[in-house]
Design a protein. Structure first.
Length: 644
């Protein structure tokens, strides 16, 4: 009842949307009682067009046709405010939909004569509605007002208005607007807006205005915005402003534009190419190559590709040579990217030169770096350089502490059939040296060793990992368990499973769900039970969505008692800050059959103001249709008479 009372108070005090909520609420309780609809119809303030429209729609949806008639009898069309054009458009549409033709006529006449004109997009919305409801005279009136009050500091707005006038067939008003010479007055600070307006002018056949605006745009063009220059060129080309393109090109934009973005330079090269400015293409290509920096390997690749696209082959060669000469090898991923880009533009000599430099400078201590260079060489089929890299004998130099890097390198060496290097690396007994901080990475190396048949190393690493790997990452432990099981080290599966189940950190519900599943998958059911008991009693409840996933995880491994324990903890203690997360958690609880816990959580949610969650439980929507008392009992039945 409190909610309905609040809606009634709000309606009486001018809240535009409360009336519709009041009608909906009371209709759900007493569908045969029209008094709420009668009262809302009589008391709703009529100054907000969107609010009136919502009430009309609400009355229509509950079949309150008499009240619709009563509301229309109050003449909302004559009273709604006109400072919200979008709301006026919505109300026009709603009145038209219910066949309130007289009200449509009244509102159409008022809107056409008085609606606020400060927002071109809002004016366009009303023009569109007037057109839809067949108010053609009012279309003309509003079009004339909009044109008479148009300001030209909003270039986008002028274009939007022109497009709308064209759409509603207001040709005389287009002529009037064009007579104000918008092309002379609009702001030119946005090349994108200027381009849109040029297109709009072209569509309405204002060729002289196109020419004027094109000339102004060219005369005021600045070259510090490389993207903007390209956009302006494209727009001029689209509307056929060839003389203005010539004028713009005479200013030598290729000499003046900023070169700090290879991506923008590439776009401008393309635009210059499209308008046939081949000399400018050459000039810009030469500048871009001369000023290129090589700390952004991706940018160099983009520039190479753009130069190739516009046929600047000499500049491709120069940039390729500079890129090779200035390349740094701190970023071995970038070296691989650059090698591939050079190959794609046909700079095969530079591919060879960069490959040779990469081989000479790669840090042989870092297995990741060695493998990245190896992968880059393999991608461009630099077989001689692969041989040269292997001749440096990286297997005898790489550090042995990084299990992930060693696993990747072993895989890379195997792909290039460097069997001697694989043998040399294994001879250094990496299994005895790798760190055990990351269980997932250790599992990756373990599986790679097994794939290449290094079974002694598999045994050594499996024993070390099972007994000593860190236990703070449950998800990684699940991955390591899977690897131990796949390589057939069953004893180590048991050892790790016992350690993990008894001691793994419990602050990551998502990872714990994965670990439970892996324990179950590898068949260590006793450890599933041990971990399930620990998890249910002690897992952190900070991440509501992850805890919901953990409930599912416990159910999947058959830990039904622990599902109940965790569900009870969740219902009593989980944070209620996020309404959506609480709703998802309630769905999970119901899905796993934890109905009592779902009710308990829903009651807590109701106490925190999340009443909808409570109502979605079982038959609550019917049982508590009149509300919920502070002691969680159903409110007594009440009617419209009980409201103040």
């Amino acid at each position: 009842m409190d909610s309905a009372q609040l809606h009634k108070y709000a309606t009486a005090h001018g809240e535009p949307y409360a009336a519709a909520a009041l009608v909906d609420h009371l209709h759900a309780l007493h569908p045969a009682d029209p008094r709420a609809a009668n009262w809302a119809t009589a008391h709703v303030i009529l100054d907000d067009p969107a609010g009136v429209g919502e009430l009309l729609d609400g009355l229509r949806q509950v079949g309150a046709h008499e009240q619709v008639t009563a509301l229309l009898a109050r003449g909302p069309a004559a009273h709604v405010g006109l400072d919200d054009p979008a709301g006026v458009g919505e109300l026009l549409d709603g009145l038209h939909q219910i066949g309130a033709h007289e009200q449509v006529t009244v509102l159409a006449e008022r809107a056409a004569a008085h609606v606020a004109l400060d927002n071109p997009h809002g004016v366009v919305r009303v023009l569109d509605s007037l057109q839809k409801v067949g108010a053609h005279e009012q279309v003309t009136v509003l079009a004339e007002r909009a044109v008479a009050h148009a300001t030209f500091d909003d270039t986008d707005g002028v274009g939007v208005l022109l497009d709308s006038l064209q759409k509603v067939g207001a040709h005389e008003q287009i002529t009037t607007l064009l007579a104000c010479d918008p092309a002379i007055h609009v702001a030119l600070d946005s090349p994108y807006s200027v381009g849109e307006l040029l297109d709009s002018l072209q569509k309405v056949g204002a060729h002289e205005q196109v020419t004027v605006l094109a000339e102004r745009a060219v005369a005021h063009a600045t070259f510090d915005d490389t993207d903007g220059v390209g956009v302006l060129l494209d727009s001029l080309q689209k509307v056929g402003a060839h003389e203005q393109i010539t004028t713009l090109l005479a200013c030598d934009p290729a000499i003046h534009v900023a070169l700090d973005s290879p991506y923008s330079v590439g776009e401008l090269l393309d635009s210059l190419q499209k308008v046939g400015a081949h000399e400018q293409v050459t000039v810009l290509a030469e500048r871009a190559v001369a000023h290129a920096t090589f700390d952004d390997t991706d940018g160099v690749g983009v520039l190479l590709s753009s130069l190739q696209k516009v046929g600047a082959h000499e500049q491709v060669s120069v940039l390729a040579e500079r890129a090779v000469a200035h390349a740094t090898f701190d970023d071995t991923d970038g070296v691989g990217v650059l090698l591939d880009e050079l190959r794609q533009v046909g700079a095969y000599e530079q591919v060879s030169m960069l490959a040779e430099r990469a081989v000479a400078h790669v840090d042989l201590d870092d297995p990741d770096d060695v493998n990245r260079v190896l992968a880059g060489l393999r991608q461009v089929e630099a077989h001689d350089q692969i041989t040269a890299l292997l001749a440096r004998n990286p297997a005898t130099h790489v550090a042995l502490d990084d299990p992930d890097g060693l696993g990747v390198l072993l895989d890379g060496l195997r792909q290039v059939e460097a069997h001697d290097q694989v043998t040399a690396l294994l001879a250094r007994n990496p299994a005895t040296h790798v760190t055990l901080d990351g269980p997932d990475e250790v599992g990756w190396l373990l599986y790679r060793l097994w794939e290449i048949g290094a079974y002694e190393q598999v045994t050594v690493l499996a024993e070390r990992a099972a007994s000593h790997v860190d236990l703070d990452d449950p998800y990684g432990l699940g991955g390591l368990l899977d690897s131990l099981w796949r390589v057939g080290t069953d004893e180590q599966v048991i050892v790790l499973a016992e350690r993990a189940a008894a001691h793994v950190d419990l602050d990551n519900p998502y990872g714990l769900s994965g670990l439970l599943n892996e324990l179950w998958e590898v068949g260590v059911y006793e450890q599933v039970a041990v971990l399930a008991e620990r998890v249910a009693a002690h897992v952190a409840l900070d991440y509501v969505d992850e805890v919901g996933g953990l409930l599912d995880g416990l159910r999947k491994v058959g830990a039904d008692e622990q599902v109940t324990v965790l569900a009870e903890r969740v219902a009593a203690h989980v944070a209620l800050d996020d309404v959506d997360e609480v709703g998802e958690l309630l769905s999970r609880l119901r899905g796993i059959g934890a109905h009592d816990q779902a009710v308990a959580l829903a009651e807590r949610a109701a106490g925190a103001g999340q009443f909808d969650h409570f109502m979605n439980i079982g038959d609550h929507r019917e049982r508590f249709r009149f509300g919920l008392e502070p002691d969680m009992t159903a409110a007594a039945a009440w009617t419209w008479d009980d409201l103040e």
